[in-house]
Design a protein around this ligand. Sequence first.
Ligand code: ATP
Ligand code: MG
Length: 285
Amino acid sequence: MSTLKIAIQKSGRLSEKSLQLLEECGIKISNGERKLKAVAQNFPVEILFLRDDDIPQYVEQGVADIGILGENEVWEKGKAVTVIQPLGFAGCRMSLAIPKDESYTDLTYFEGKRIATSYPKILVDFFNRNNIQVFIEEISGSVEIATSIGLADAVFDIVSTGSTLLMNGLKEVETVVKSEAVLIANPNLTEATQAILNKLLFRIQSVREGKQNKYILLNAPNSAIESICAVLPGMKSPTVLPLVNEGWSSLHSVIQEDDYWNRIEQLKNLGAEGILIIPIEKMIR
Ligand code: ATP
Ligand code: MG
């Protein structure tokens, strides 16, 4: 029987969330001893635990069929893999930073400068597009100390909060690109592995939609139901059930995670009471 081989990061910022995503998709993996490989007990997949840098190559070669990693690594490695979908975690940006006392005007500041980075390809592409010549110092880690030790005039690195830059006397002056974790696949999957991948994608989709939405329950006087329904579009239309209290109904619907605070204010103003917001585990449209 076919299995889908999934490469995920062995240990690092992506590992926990990658495993969590697979678990939320109902894939149980026991990898107590942190082996290189694990087989799921209830879904035809095999997990390979690798360094994130190696994942694009393994997926290109078909050693793994799919992989989970930061899109920044996909761009940097430039391998023949297909980005299937963003996964909504490990969000970060890739930025240029310079010593904080330098005055900065625009990108031309970097003309002829030495820039330290672990992402030379992304950086060269960026400056080529902008017709600016820079000198790149490729280093594999601790990029943020490069200016203070005199290795470079500026740095190009991954930033999430910016505190590492600040601590090293740097200021962020340009965001080059934004990245998050993505699912990549080998472009030539067999029909059988593609079929397993489709099943997995369906599960990922319902997990992600579940996270992006909330279930909402509320009570309201019947006279307010129509205007409340207008505020809550729901999946089709809201469910309205009569309450024992004469003239009142209970209304059930689905509301998007990112705007429910605004909606709740509106609903209260329209006469809604006893509002409950409940997480959704999976959502299938
Ligand atoms: P490995 O040992 O597997 O090569 P690594 O040290 O290259 O790991 P991590 O630091 O674990 O990688 O980061 C993995 C990914 O997490 C990055 O490529 C990036 O997509 C994402 N990420 C999100 N926020 C940050 C951040 N603040 N710093 C670094 N990476 C981040
Ligand atoms: Mg790495």
